[in-house]
Design a protein around this ligand. Structure first.
Ligand SMILES: [Zn+2]
Ligand SMILES: [Zn+2]
Length: 285
């Protein structure tokens, strides 16, 4: 088994350096991309996520290792296996991310990342504190097919690393790269609360999955960042748990068990939609 360093921890100084560079450019260009309290909240979420990441990585690794005992194929660390895994992991990320927008149980964790009304490299670090105990289930099929757990986790880290830099307003369009890669332009759309941008562009590294599965939307009208119903809070605890609390309250007030199940597993915003005929899409919470 090759010794592969923890890429995310190695990259953290680079993340901070790029963020500071964007802050300086923002000040020079007077773009007003950053707001102190918003960035402080994002950094608090990022710090908590890194700390919890120790537990989450151990949990995922244990699960992957358990499943890998029953591997269908004996796949090693050859170059073609890395190439194959790159596509398989990116496809898995697409479905995980799409589910995180379409199923409230997963949205409760992922909403954290969408809760800022700013879009900058700080927003990239605004990460969940609660997703780790279930998100890994999406990747279990990879060790089951035969990819070694270390390889899978490394590819997940590569994807996360890639996704950092797309959180910027300062890069506009990248020509033909926009056809295949997830870019700042595509991901700005993903963070939009405009009706036409809701639940679009779930890509990790490659935008091809959105084009293939019908969730692609190019950047057109000016993006309004955040949720359709913003939480207006910089309190990390509120950012981390508000949707869980809402689910709990909705389940308690549900008329029957079917409605309870819908509150947890249905699309986000369903109760609001039911009572006020609001948006049938996830970012309504
Ligand atoms: Zn998302
Ligand atoms: Zn993002």
């Amino acid at each position: 088994m090759p010794q592969i360093p923890d890429l995310i921890n190695l990259a953290l100084p680079g993340f901070v350096a790029l963020l500071l560079l964007e802050v300086v450019l923002d000040a020079v260009m007077r773009r007003d991309l950053y707001q102190f309290k918003d960035t402080a909240a994002s950094l608090a979420m990022g710090t908590g996520s890194v700390i919890l990441g120790v537990v989450s990585k151990a949990l995922a690794f244990a699960a992957y290792t358990g499943v890998h005992r029953f591997a269908i194929f004996n796949i090693g660390y050859q170059w073609w296996a890395w190439a194959l895994l790159f596509f398989a992991e990116d496809l898995t990320y697409y479905w995980f991310h799409r589910t995180s927008h379409e199923c409230r149980l997963f949205w409760a964790s992922h909403v954290v990342h969408h809760s800022s009304q700013r879009y900058n490299l700080g927003t990239a670090l605004r990460q969940t504190w609660t997703g780790f105990f279930m998100s890994f289930i999406f990747w279990l099929w990879l060790p089951l097919v035969g990819f070694p757990p270390v390889m899978v986790m490394t590819m997940q880290a590569v994807s996360l690393l890639y996704q950092f830099w797309v959180h910027t307003e300062l890069v506009r369009h990248l020509g033909p790269l926009e056809w295949v890669m997830n870019t700042p332009s595509h991901h700005r759309v993903h963070h939009g609360s405009n009706q036409r941008y809701l639940d679009r562009n779930h890509a990790g590294v490659l935008i091809i999955w959105d084009r293939l599965f019908g969730t692609f939307e190019p950047e057109g009208e000016k993006v309004i960042y955040g949720l359709t119903k913003n939480i207006n809070s910089y309190n990390p605890l509120r950012i981390a748990f508000h949707e869980w609390i809402d689910i709990w309250n909705d389940v308690r007030n549900a008329q029957d068990w079917k409605e309870s199940l819908r509150c947890v597993f249905g699309p986000p915003g369903q109760r609001a939609e039911k009572s006020a005929e609001l948006l049938p899409t996830s970012q309504t919470q």
